[in-house]
Each structure stands twice: as structure tokens, then as C-alpha cells.
Design a protein. Structure first.
Length: 306
């Protein structure tokens, strides 16, 4: 069923079940949805997502939110659902490609390779990702995963792995394939990836807080697993992605993709200046604009599903 909604005179279209959706906003202030014990009422999500976009917009961010109920197949996607840089979320695709190629006998991964895959997923280690990217095919790894999972909006970067682009709907599809065992990975590989995502470190290898979005937005979620991504700056904006699953038997998949303009408060030393915290060489763990952008993603998750 397709419903056309209106929020603050801005028309939004959201498909509550069955297919992808387009909505223009996010922001949320409705009654809470329990991640357990009952099912997430998917029919209520369009209004909550539309409301949440307004909160995000007031904070300088544009956001896409996507939720999949793997039991019913219902999808709700609010936002433009256009490609966005993955930052570290592409590490999912790197792990997928390597473990699939190992399964079919194309690669013989070493214990060190497996250790790199684990730390790449649990603590988002960039050295591990770069090492595997350079050693095993670079952009071709993403191309193969996109073909195998039919990810129509995912495109590899010819420059750096973090500039690979993907969409919210592609991320729902990839997670669904992983969790349902239909993506080509065997049980051993699936268990390795799912286990690493559930065993995520609160702080990334670079000292960055990884709990924004799903973990902090749904602190009572059942069996959560997540992969976050972050970087600055694309169009003078922070990019943050919070992706993962929660619920009994990993029933629900969530993907939040956000871009937020770099801004500093009046009490921040950078206020009034022109400073862009380029994460390729800058430690952004304590950056005020990064913290603000992380909080936006967490608010969106909490208001939509919390």
C-alpha cells in the first residue's frame, strides 16, 4: 500500500509495505515502539520518519531512514534514497567478497586475513580495510558484491574504498541476503560477519565513538549488530551511516544515512572560522561538529523506533 503524507506542507510519499519509498524528511516525536517483545508496527513508521526529518533538518542534516521487517518483507524508506558515500560501511562488502571467494575456492585466506576481517568489522580498523582492499582487488570487490546481491545503487570508487557509494535500499537488501543465507556465503562466513557485527567495539580503532545511531538510539534492542561509517567532508558536510539489525532472530534491519553541515557552537574555538575536519588526517574523536552530527543520527533512530 502506498500512502501520500504531508508534513509541514512538504509532501512525502512512503511505502509502508512491499517496496521502496521516497519521503522528504525526518524527525520524530511519537509514542515509543518496542524493539521487543512485539513486532515493530511498520505502518506507523512513515509518520515517525517524516517527523524525524524535520528534527534532522533543524540541526542542519538531511537523512534517509530505511527499515526492513524480514518476517513480513515490509520495507519503509523515508528520504531521497540516493547514493551516498559509504565511508566505513563498505567494509561489509570487502568482508563479503573475501569470504565468498574463499568459499568457492578462489582464495585461500590466511589466519592473518581472517583477523583483519574481524577487526575491520568490530572496531572499523582502517588499516585492515586498506590492507585487504589493496591485496585482493580493490574496486572489483565491490563490483562483485553488487552484482551478486543485485545492488543497483552501489558503485565502487576507483580512488579510495571509503568513497564507494550506496543507497539505503541496497543496504537493506545486502543485510537481508546475509541474514537469510541467500547471498552466497556459507554458514561459517555468515557466522563470522554476524558475530563481528554483534561484537562491535564502542570506540573505533581511531578513537571515534561508534555507538551513534542504532546502539545508542535503541539501547534496549534485542541482539543488535551494527556497522557504522563516518567521514568528513563531502560538500562541507559530515557523512554518518548507522546500519545493522536487531530483534529476535535479527528480524529487523535498519539503515540511516545522514549528511550534516559542519557547524560549531559559539563556545567552540572553531566558531566563526572556516575549519573542515578532514578525517583522512585529523583526529575527530572529540570534534564538536562530529559530536553534533552523531547525536542527530541517534535522535533520528530513537524517535523512529525507540
Amino acid at each position: 500500500m502506498t500512502a501520500t503524507l504531508s508534513a509541514c506542507a512538504a509532501p512525502s510519499q512512503i511505502v509502508a509495505t512491499g517496496s521502496d519509498v521516497s519521503a522528504s524528511g525526518l524527525g520524530v516525536t511519537a509514542a515509543s515502539i518496542s524493539a521487543d517483545p512485539g513486532p515493530v508496527p511498520m505502518a506507523l513508521l512513515p509518520g515517525r520518519i517524516t517527523a524525524a526529518a524535520e528534527v534532522a533538518a533543524a540541526r542542519g542534516a538531511t537523512v534517509t531512514v530505511a527499515v526492513l521487517d524480514r518476517v513480513t518483507g515490509a520495507r519503509t524508506i523515508g528520504g531521497a534514497n540516493v547514493p551516498l558515500e559509504t565511508a566505513s560501511v563498505v567494509k561489509l562488502f570487502i568482508a563479503d567478497d573475501l569470504l565468498f571467494r574463499e568459499r568457492i575456492g578462489e582464495l585461500l585466506l590466511t589466519d592473518d586475513d581472517h583477523a583483519l576481517i574481524d577487526v575491520m568489522l568490530t572496531s572499523s580498523d582502517d588499516y585492515a580495510a586498506s590492507t585487504l582492499w589493496d591485496a585482493y582487488g580493490g574496486p572489483e570487490m565491490v563490483d562483485r558484491v553488487a552484482d551478486r546481491h543485485d545492488l543497483t545503487g552501489t558503485v565502487a570508487s576507483d580512488s579510495s574504498w571509503w568513497n564507494t557509494t550506496t543507497t539505503a535500499s541496497d543496504l537493506l537488501t545486502w543485510y537481508d541476503d546475509l541474514l537469510s543465507g541467500t547471498g552466497g556465503l556459507d554458514e561459517t562466513a555468515t557466522t563470522r560477519i554476524v558475530g563481528a557485527l554483534m561484537d562491535f567495539d564502542d570506540t573505533g580503532g581511531d578513537g571515534y565513538d561508534q555507538r551513534f545511531g542504532l546502539p545508542d538510539g535503541l539501547p534496549d534492542a534485542i541482539e543488535p549488530g551494527m556497522k557504522a561509517g563516518w567521514m568528513c567532508c563531502i560538500d562541507d558536510s559530515w557523512v554518518h551511516l548507522s546500519t545493522g539489525f536487531f530483534g529476535t532472530d535479527h528480524r529487523y534491519v535498519l539503515a540511516v544515512l545522514a549528511k550534516e553541515t559542519v557547524t560549531y557552537g559559539e563556545d567552540d574555538p572553531e566558531y566563526g572560522g572556516w575549519f573542515l575536519p578532514d578525517t583522512s588526517f585529523y583526529d575527530a574523536a572529540e570534534d564538536a561538529s562530529a559530536r553534533h552530527a552523531r547525536e542527530t543520527v541517534t535522535l533520528v533512530v530513537a524517535d523512529t523506533l525507540g
